[in-house]
Design a protein around this ligand. Structure first.
Ligand SMILES: Nc1ncnc2c1ncn2[C@@H]1O[C@H](COP(=O)(O)OP(=O)(O)OP(=O)(O)O)[C@@H](O)[C@H]1O
Ligand SMILES: O=P(O)(O)OC[C@H]1O[C@H](OP(=O)(O)OP(=O)(O)O)[C@H](O)[C@@H]1O
Length: 231
């Protein structure tokens, strides 16, 4: 069987993802020209490389069209329901760090925790005639965290396709759920993270699609061991 590994074709994780595979002993060459979406590992006909965007990688691992992928934990958990049943996080790779957080306007002085936010959400309609709105592209993670972990049901998600941190100032939402790494975008937009508002501490991971055929495939075990050994 050929084992397929999906690597980011662009974006911030591209170079580090290829570098870690090289350190694991897999030298990657692209097939055809540099912009090709297929690659090979030198000397290995049993491994194929698929170059995809970080979010495509989480989807393809979820539906099992690739065996392994390097992508952010946030994208996998956001993209797949019951992610742990469908994929295995084999290794955390030490780059691509980003926290998915709940952030509110700094001027909400009496809102520091999710419990405080729950109180605000509970009487938001009485005060403002509508539900509390949350701008995010992380729908699943937001719903799990608000409804599942904190029992907050009274809110409405407003889909954000970019510049999420600007939503409270522009009036398109009250608060946000987004990723942060240095925190400078949140600060620039006068937003603060709630003290228990970190939904996920994400980083790039080696992720495996859970498939029965993997149990008896020595190449699958070899790849996991080699990448872990390269960390
Ligand atoms: N400062 C940051 N901003 C955005 N993403 C970051 C940051 N730091 C780390 N990441 C991580 O990088 C991944 C997204 O990478 P990137 O934005 O390069 O993807 P992409 O190629 O734009 O994907 P797509 O186009 O499919 O959305 C996510 O897992 C995210 O958590
Ligand atoms: O905490 P910080 O270091 O300020 O980083 C966080 C910001 O970086 C990312 O945006 P980016 O401008 O990279 O664009 P993208 O969302 O299109 O990747 C992300 O969406 C946040 O807005």
């Amino acid at each position: 069987m050929t084992v397929t590994i999906a690597l980011p074709s662009k974006g911030r994780m591209k170079e580090d993802a290829s570098a870690i595979l090289e350190r694991a002993g897999y030298r990657i060459t692209s097939v055809g020209n540099d912009r090709s979406y297929r690659g090979r590992v030198e000397g290995r006909d049993d491994i194929e490389i698929a170059f995809l965007s970080a979010s495509e990688i989480s989807r393809e691992i979820g539906n099992g069209t690739v065996d392994f992928g390097v992508t952010g934990e946030d994208l996998v958990r956001e993209g797949l329901a019951r992610a742990d049943e469908r994929v295995e996080f084999c290794a955390r790779l030490g780059f691509g760090h980003a926290d998915v957080v709940v952030a509110v306007p700094e001027i909400w002085l009496d809102v520091e925790t999710m419990a405080d936010l729950g109180d605000v959400a509970a009487d938001f309609r009485a005060r403002h005639g509508r539900r509390l709105t949350i701008a995010t592209k992380y729908w699943r993670l937001t719903q799990q965290f608000f409804s599942g972990n904190h029992g907050i049901q009274l809110y409405r998600i407003v889909e954000s396709l970019g510049a999420t941190e600007g939503a409270p100032a522009s009036g398109s939402a009250d608060i946000i759920v987004d990723i942060t790494s240095t925190g400078s975008t949140l600060r620039a937009n006068h937003l603060k993270i709630l003290s228990d508002g970190v939904i996920l501490k994400s980083e790039a991971c080696l992720v495996r699609a859970r498939k029965e055929s993997h149990d008896s495939d020595p190449v699958v075990a070899e790849i996991v061991a080699a990448v872990r050994g390269a960390l």
